[in-house]
Write a protein that binds this ligand. Sequence first.
Ligand code: XMP
Ligand code: MG
Length: 177
Amino acid sequence: MKIQIDHKDFELMIEHEQVKKRLRLIGIQLNVAYENRIPVFVGVLNGCFMFMADLMKEVHIASEVCFVKMASYRGDQREEEVKTLIGLPNSLKGREVIIVEDIIDTGNTLKQVIELVEREEPVSIAVCTLLLKPEALEYDFEELAYVGFEIENQFVVGYGLDYKGIGRNLKDIYRAV
Ligand code: XMP
Ligand code: MG
């Protein structure tokens, strides 16, 4: 199936049912790994909202949920800068943290989120991302423990991800053609 957003064509890549199946498996892994540890899930807005909502329905252990919001922009330097728009609400000192991302591309955003969380001195940090573009990744994250799907270096929309602000409400995931 094809859709169009602002004159750009996208084709169906991952159906919602496939995402849900994958989330059930990740949920089982998390339930085992974090049993009796009361982890804090830190979602990275805006993109994570749909993934996080479905993921948390598969997490049956006691846990907390909070969100951060970062904005990346091109500053004076060539390297992309990332700014914190919404910070961490409560202390993560001594906690087990699971960062939840919609997609990891270059890894710039994730690097900043990890640094933000590290300052709070948690005992552990793991990253759970729905999508990962291995070819675009510029860092080697030892925290990257849970990956929904590895995808090619293509632009995707739907299920929380947007193109020019549009498409976050799409149930399935689409790739640019
Ligand atoms: P970095 O490069 O920091 O990128 O890992 C992460 C952020 O960039 C956005 N991004 C995308 N958004 N479709 C989108 O809708 C994509 O294919 C895509 N690739 C990167 C996204 O906001 C992510 O958090
Ligand atoms: Mg994002």
